[in-house]
Design a binder for this molecule. Structure first.
Ligand SMILES: Nc1ncnc2c1ncn2[C@@H]1O[C@H](COP(=O)(O)OP(=O)(O)OP(=O)(O)O)[C@@H](O)[C@H]1O
Length: 287
């Protein structure tokens, strides 16, 4: 199977990250393609968060190289990542609770107007742009709402909308659906699909295989700081991914009762997830 059949956007080559004697990432080779949703899965401590921190410029690797659109790059911080076209949403995004949604979207990137550009905030331009960006994701958030009124799912949507303001080509998301309800999760997954259709690439970490199988094109399985599997979602199975996550190496173990039970529960949740995503997409089209 060749999973590398679309154009390369970014590539990690033999990337390692060490914390003292602990090697969190060990010689990671990871191509990321254009117009692709790539999920990173793995058990606790597998190195998923460290990997997304490297992709997003939040952390620099101890070794190896990063290639962005065929150029070797060093991504020294989040701002440098933004300048390349990489935006990130970390777990538990923080906001100014006393400001409204539009003000939070533009925090630190306010649009100014008039002769004294840089001093006078252009609220009207910010509201218009905020509406446009939010409408791409969800019809249920009003730009004048205070952040305190928003549900967890809506806050996640605002965090993702913030990234769109920088017109990224790659969005890196660390567990975007953690803590969300089933309906909120379906909404987030549905607009991830829409953003991919608009040409964006996304890399997201997830502990939830139904989310991964519902939305991702590709799944990377990590274990103990290494990439154990790199599959097109349509060509793999729960059994294969669960086996790689858990380090099962004997073929007979793949049919063990534990793996079968895990598979069955994930399959049932995947069916529900597909239905909910379809409904969320339909509701957004009708709105
Ligand atoms: N700042 C740090 N200092 C020291 N060790 C760290 C640091 N961050 C991560 N590690 C270690 O690196 C390894 C990978 O951690 P990481 O958080 O990337 O895993 P993960 O797959 O995201 O796990 P989880 O699903 O629990 O968030 C772990 O052994 C962890 O203890």
């Amino acid at each position: 199977m060749n999973v590398h059949d679309t154009r390369l956007l970014m590539e990690l080559q033999s990337v390692s990250v060490r914390f003292g004697i602990n090697e969190a990432l060990k010689n990671i080779d990871l191509p990321i393609h254009q117009h692709e949703i790539c999920a990173i899965v793995g058990d606790n401590g597998a190195g998923k968060s460290t990997l997304v921190k490297v992709l997003s410029g939040y952390m620099q690797p101890s070794g190896g190289s990063i290639v962005w659109k065929s150029q070797d790059v060093s991504i020294s911080n989040l701002r440098a990542a933004n300048a390349l076209g990489i935006a990130s949403v970390f777990q538990h995004p923080e906001f100014c609770e006393n400001l409204d949604v539009a003000a939070n979207l533009f925090l630190g990137k306010e649009i100014s107007k008039g002769r004294w550009k840089g001093f006078m905030r252009d609220d009207s331009a910010m509201y218009t742009r905020a509406k446009e960006v939010l409408n791409e994701l969800s019809s249920s958030i009003r730009v004048a709402s205070s952040m305190q009124e928003l549900s967890l799912g809506q806050r996640q949507t605002v965090a993702i909308a913030q990234t769109l303001l920088t017109s990224p080509e790659l969005i890196v998301l660390d567990e975007p659906t953690a803590m969300l309800s089933v309906i909120q999760t379906a909404e987030v997954l549905s607009y991830m699909k829409r953003l991919r259709e608009q040409g964006l690439s996304m890399v997201f970490v997830s502990h939830d295989l139904p989310d991964v199988f519902a939305v991702a094109d590709r799944v990377i399985v990590m274990r103990l700081g290494r990439v154990m599997g790199d599959h097109k979602v349509k060509d793999t199975s729960y059994e294969e991914v669960i086996a790689e996550i858990s380090g099962v190496i004997q073929p007979n173990d793949l049919t063990s009762a534990g793996v079968k039970a895990a598979r069955n529960s994930q399959v049932n949740r995947l069916r529900t997830q597909h239905k909910l995503i379809e409904r969320a997409l339909q509701m957004n089209e009708e709105a």
